[in-house]
Structure formats: C-alpha cells, structure tokens
Design a protein around this ligand. Structure first.
Ligand code: SF4
Length: 438
C-alpha cells in the first residue's frame, strides 16, 4: 500500500482555504476530453463504489443509465442528512469544482443532458458561485442546475431526493419497485451519486483506474473521507486509505477514554473500542463485523456519557424523521423510542426491556419502503449487544449518573445541529490527512 495521501483533500492547502476555479485547474488540470465508454470502464476497473452509504458499484449504475440518451439526468447528491456528518459539506464548501467535474464527467460518460447539484440551503451561495465561474469560463458542455434539498435526515436517500426533485414532497419510495436509474427525475433514467463519489470520479477521469488503486487494498481500493467526532466532541474530516485499521486512521481509539464507537451514523452500529481499533476501514470489513461504514461517520463516545441515553435520543430523533407512510415504521419506531427512553431514563423498568426492544426491532426490520427503520433497528441491536452490562444495570438499578448528562451526539433540537466545515491545521497522522471544522 503506497502512501499517496491526501487525494481529495489535497486542494485544501495548508490553511484549508476554499479553492476557486483557477486554483482548481492549476492543481489538477482540465478534465480530459470525454471518452464515454472508456470512463465507464475506468470507473469499473477502479472498483469505485458509492460513498453515500450504500456502497453500490458505481459502474453498474452507469451502465444501466448509459444508452438512455440526452434525456438521462445526473444528480450530485450533497443533501447529507446525517446531523453528525460533514464530509459532503467540506467538499461542497471548499472543493466544489472537484464535485462538479465528477458530475459533468459522469454525464458525458452516460450521455446525459442534465446535471443537477442537490445541496442544502447552507451550501447554496458557494455552489451558485462555483457554477457561475464555470459558466463564465465555458468549461462544461452542459449547464449545471442547482436544487435545494430540504433539511431532513432522509433527504439524501436516493428515492426521496428524486421525489423532491419531481415536486412530490421528498418521500422515499421502494427502490425495488422503481429504481431511479430506470425512472427518476422527470421520469428519465437518473444517475444519482453522493458528492464524494463524484469527487473520486473527477480524479479517475484524470489519472485512471490504476492510479486510483494505488491507494487501499485490492479488495478495497482507493481512499475514503471519514467524519470523526472524538471524545472531546470536536468533529474532523479525515481522508484515509481503505483497508487501514480504523484506530490508525482516526489517531487511535483509547478504551480508557472511549466507551464505545458509533460507526456508520445514526442508522449504523455501536462497536466496542477494541474491535473498532483493529477494524479495517472498508464496507466489506464492516459488514463482516455486522456493521456498516455508511457515509463514513465515526463517533467516539466518552466515558462521562451513557450509551443507552445516547441511543434513546438517537432513536427518538429517527422516529421524528421518518416519513410516516409505512405502518410498521410509523408505529414501531415510536414504540422503540419509548422503550429505550424507559430503559435509559425511567426510574424502574418493568419486565424484560431487552426482550421487548428486540421484538420491536423484529417488527420494523425489512417492513418499510426505505431502509430508515432497518438502520434504527441495527443501531438498537448493536447497543443491546455492546452495552449489555449497562442494559443489565439500568434494568436492575435504574438510570446511571451519566444518563443525566447533556446529549453528546447532535439531534437537531439541542442547538448542536450540523457543524459547518471549518479548516484547521493538517494532523501529523502518518496514514491520513485531515481538515478540522466545527
Ligand atoms: S420505511 Fe419509514 S421512513 Fe421509510 S418510507 Fe416508510 S414510513 Fe417513511
């Protein structure tokens, strides 16, 4: 594994400042002339997967959309609904031309006639400025549209994004019945990618698949952006090669300071610190461990917070963010939130709370149009497993003293929602480069 970092974050420079179009072209050069079939093959040979959370092979989507003609649409999805994620915000604020290059290259490769940047309102000004600079420089063969994503947890979900862009309220639909690559924006085949995926495309288009694979491992090539919230509560965006141990990528996970590690976001998985320390950074390794890398969220829970209280707050938040259209999700998530709150904060738990919570997980899993309830169930099951001692103590003696502490993970109602990217000095870590923000 050769040390070739930073890649995506190279454009930040020592002070982490935003890069304009001239600086971007100085650093990376212009996109090569479009060679559609070649770029699709290059993306496939690179082994690029979607970095939005599903980790689906990118070239498979591209081949499904290619051939639909100019009707096809490419969507750069920067909605980033996870409150604790900031890697997409960092890319959009600081390195927007890498994302837009990737979107335009993808559109040319699949023969699409439209590119839409789908971003939260807080990124509107920066994206508008970047799109206007490209229009003045006439570097793109098609106009780039800007659409503002609603500020909701599920906004970035593929079918929810397409529903919103079609003016239908932004509710998820079953991708099994109608995948967006067949019928998406305005009924046209739609290639929707997370903005980090497109930033990788921009570099693969320039340097090819062999270069991409120089980082990472043969079974998990390339690099990935992680949003790491340390035990001090300070979030940092880190770029690391896939396949390195998570502890090395984030600068060590110390059991004496960290009680548990949340991997993959609010629909992700709690891990005990020792397992997290040695877990290779890749979706494949995470799945083998019963977890998911998701959108690259890593949060280190300190010892002065109660993991059951944090989990209860997250499930109450997820319950509030559901789209209220599938029965098991509507009723089941509310019941799950109630049971967890009773276990975390209630004076005394009646009966076997763990068993009731498992039954509610069974009720919601695999029953919704989207994966929202599956994520909540995965989070809860992992909490019962990793924090089994805490579950027993709460069950027998009531809430621990830490359960009364303030919320540590942001959930939107505590004034800590959504840190905006703010660059800081690069960390001296050997295998990762970083940009700090708050
Ligand atoms: S599963 Fe839940 S969040 Fe997803 S569409 Fe159905 S009600 Fe909405």
């Amino acid at each position: 594994m050769s040390a070739v970092l930073p890649r995506l974050l190279r454009g930040l420079g020592p002070d982490g400042a935003s890069i304009d179009l001239a600086g971007h072209l100085d650093l990376w050069g212009a996109l090569p002339a479009a060679d559609p079939g070649r770029l699709i093959d290059a993306v496939g040979d690179a082994g690029l997967r979607g970095h939005g959370g599903a980790w689906f092979p990118a070239a498979t989507k591209w081949r499904a959309v290619a051939g639909a003609g100019r009707r096809a649409v490419v969507v750069a999805n920067g909605a980033e609904g996870e409150p604790v994620s900031a890697k997409d915000a960092l890319l959009l604020e600081r390195l927007p031309h890498l994302v837009l290059d990737g979107a335009v290259a993808a559109a040319e490769a699949v023969g699409a006639g439209r590119v839409i940047a789908f971003v939260p309102s807080r990124r509107r000004a920066r994206l508008r400025e970047a799109i206007e600079a490209r229009r003045r420089a006439r570097i793109d063969g098609m106009p780039i549209e800007l659409a503002i994503a609603p500020d909701r947890f599920i906004s970035g979900q593929e079918t929810a994004a397409v529903s919103f862009l079609n003016g239908r309220g932004g509710l998820p639909t079953s991708a099994r019945l109608e995948p967006v690559w067949r019928r998406g924006v305005d009924g046209a085949p739609t290639l929707l990618h997370n903005v980090e995926t497109l930033a990788h495309v921009a570099l693969i288009a320039r340097f090819g698949p062999d270069w991409y694979r120089q980082a990472g491992r043969p079974d998990a090539p390339g690099t990935v952006l992680l949003t790491v919230t340390g035990t001090d509560g300070r979030p940092t965006v880190v770029e690391t090669q896939k396949g390195v141990a998570l502890g090395a990528a984030v600068g060590s996970i110390d059991r004496r300071r960290c009680r548990g590690v949340l991997l993959g976001g609010y629909g992700g998985t709690w891990l005990d610190p020792d397992s997290a320390n040695t877990l290779p950074v890749s979706e494949e390794a995470a799945r083998a461990a019963g977890a998911t890398l998701g959108a690259g969220i890593v949060a280190l829970l300190p010892h002065d917070r109660c993991p059951l209280a944090e989990t209860a707050r997250l499930v109450r938040y997820l319950d509030g963010e559901k789209a209220d259209q599938c029965g098991p999700c509507v009723r089941g998530l509310t019941g799950l939130a109630y049971e967890l709150e009773a276990l975390a904060f209630g004076p005394r738990v009646v009966g076997d709370a763990g068993r009731r919570i498992e039954q509610l997980c069974d009720l919601v899993e695999g029953r919704g149009a989207c994966r929202h309830p599956d994520g909540a169930a995965r989070l809860v099951r992992s909490a019962l497993r990793v924090f089994a001692d805490e579950v027993r103590q709460h069950q027998e003696r009531g809430p621990c003293p830490e359960a009364g502490a303030a919320a540590w993970l942001p959930t939107g109602d505590d004034g800590r929602r959504r840190p905006s990217p703010r660059p800081g000095p690069p960390r001296p870590a050997g295998m990762a480069s970083a940009s700090r923000f708050r």
